[in-house]
Structures are given as C-alpha cells and as structure tokens.
Ligand binder design. Sequence first.
Ligand SMILES: [Zn+2]
Length: 162
Amino acid sequence: MAIAKNQVVILDYRLQNGGPDGDLIEETFGSQPLQFIYGIGQMIPAFEENLESKNEGDEFAFLIKAAEGYGVHDPNAVVEIPMQQFEVEGKVDPEHIKPGRPLQLQDPQGQTYRGVVQSHTTEVVTVDFNHPMAGTDLHFTGVIRTVREATESELDHGHVHE
Ligand SMILES: [Zn+2]
C-alpha cells in the first residue's frame, strides 16, 4: 500500500546533521520505529512530502533545510533574564544555571517555554529559547516498514494504537 492521507506509517530512520556525512542526531534502528498517521499534522510537512506514495520496504534519503524543518535560529529568541528570577528562597542553585542546562520558564499567563542556558554572569542568565534543532539542516535516511489504513479510533484520537 502506498502512503497517503490518514494511513498509519511505521518506519525506521536515521537523522544526521546537514548531510549524509553529518553527525548522527538520532535514529530508531535498534529501538522503537517511528509511527504516525500521515497527513494530519503530526510530522513536519516537508518530512511527509518526501515520503508521499512510498510503499512498504521502500528506502528513503532526503534533506530538509532548517527553514522547512525546525526553523532557522532566531537571535531574538535568545534572551537575558535577571538572575533574581531564578532565586528560590533568596538563593540560586548553581546546578540549575550552567551552560547547556535545559530550563522551563512560565510567563505570568502560565504559558511554559523551554530553553537552554547559554551563559551567565552573576546578574543575568542568557537563555536560548529556539528549538534545539533550529538552524539544523535535517538529513534523513531510512526504510518504510508498514503502511496501513488508520482505524476510526486512531483517527479520532490523532495517534497510532499498538
Ligand atoms: Zn488513543
């Protein structure tokens, strides 16, 4: 069966940074394959476009430029936050404010933002709120394992059932 809207697709992939010789970012080979319902917005649109009409057993290799993937790196999403805001009972836990450390911050409306500490001084913490893969060209290779119709309840729920 060829991949089309509302079908369950199960595939294995390897994701590399920038091209076929780039650093390995993640892969499903040797663990759980990726499964999703095609055409309902679960995946990056460019990812789905590259898989359209493929069949079980087909292999794939394609590059998604950052702009069509997780976006380009936005310098406006790198912000300085006063160190005071990280105080708990008047103290900052130095373990929490280290370069590379993921953070979750809430605005007054309760909206949560995920970021990563880039650097800090005693007064301010520079936090990058870009998606961790922003600015990365995504090179995918892999193989289609299964293509089947989604059941009614899978379409209702918007995800694949085992
Ligand atoms: Zn469900």
